[in-house]
Design a protein around this ligand. Structure first.
Ligand code: CA
Ligand code: CA
Length: 243
């Protein structure tokens, strides 16, 4: 795959160790949904993802996570993406608009659409309680909540629950891979300029074969929330970081 010098430089700066699969300590994590959804027969949600993620293999329950300015910057970036109308707070309406943008692409079947809505609704209720227009989450509240998430082993394992739906929604030809063209749809739904999507695409395409698998997508997206390692390409998952 052709890489422009800037992307090639970026990739070569990624330490080999962060891409190496740790075969001595294989870590499996299942895409787990809440109990109401777990009974689903949909094969897609039963999928097991093999993770070579450092963010869990180096889990140390004693060390407090989510303290670095780098990690806080990443969380502020994601809060900014969820804050669709850019009024500084996120509401359930923001969530709903975002979900609808992915659904309107037309590549999720009705069952997946229903599950996607349920996953997002459950996430909101678990984290922020009731769904009403007055329940608004500021950046500081979001940082506090995510700080709690990254320091709780069970919550860490659910942090990526919504990601497979984003993947399926932008896999236009349903071949199980996301191309650079399809990735532009992802950025479009997020409200990010498609011009910056290639940098993110290259970061997520771990084996540089020009296409992103569900495993690559979920692993990198998950790492965005969990790792404090500034060298990891996952920092580019949701586009450029805010200042
Ligand atoms: Ca595809
Ligand atoms: Ca790939």
């Amino acid at each position: 795959m052709f890489l422009s010098p800037i992307f090639a430089m970026f990739r070569t700066n990624v330490p080999h160790t962060i891409r190496k699969i740790n075969v001595s300590q294989p870590l499996f994590f299942q895409i787990k949904w809440n109990s109401s959804i777990a009974s689903s027969k949909n094969k897609f949600i039963q999928e097991k993802i093999y993770s070579d993620s450092d963010s869990d293999s180096d889990w140390d329950s004693c060390a407090e996570k989510g303290k670095s300015e780098f990690w806080r910057r990443k969380m502020r970036t994601f809060h900014g993406i969820l804050d669709i109308n850019k009024d500084g707070v996120i509401s359930f309406d923001d969530f709903k608009i975002l979900v609808d943008r992915f659904i309107y692409l037309g590549h999720l079947d009705l069952h997946q659409q229903k599950e996607f809505n349920e996953v997002v609704q459950n996430m909101w209720e678990e984290r922020w309680g009731t769904i009403n227009p007055y329940n608004l989450v500021t950046t500081e509240q979001y940082l506090e909540d995510m700080h709690h998430v990254v320091n709780d082993r069970q919550l860490r394992q659910k942090v990526h629950n919504f990601l497979p739906y984003l993947f399926k929604a932008v896999d236009k030809d349903k071949n199980g891979y996301i191309t650079a063209e399809e990735y532009k749809l992802f950025f479009n739904c997020l409200g990010l300029p498609k011009e910056v999507s290639l940098v993110s695409f290259t970061a997520v395409d771990e084996n540089l074969d020009g296409r992103i698998t569900l495993k690559e997508f979920v692993k990198t997206g998950r790492d965005f929330f969990l790792t404090e390692d500034q060298r990891k390409p996952s920092k580019l998952f949701w586009g450029p970081l805010v200042k």
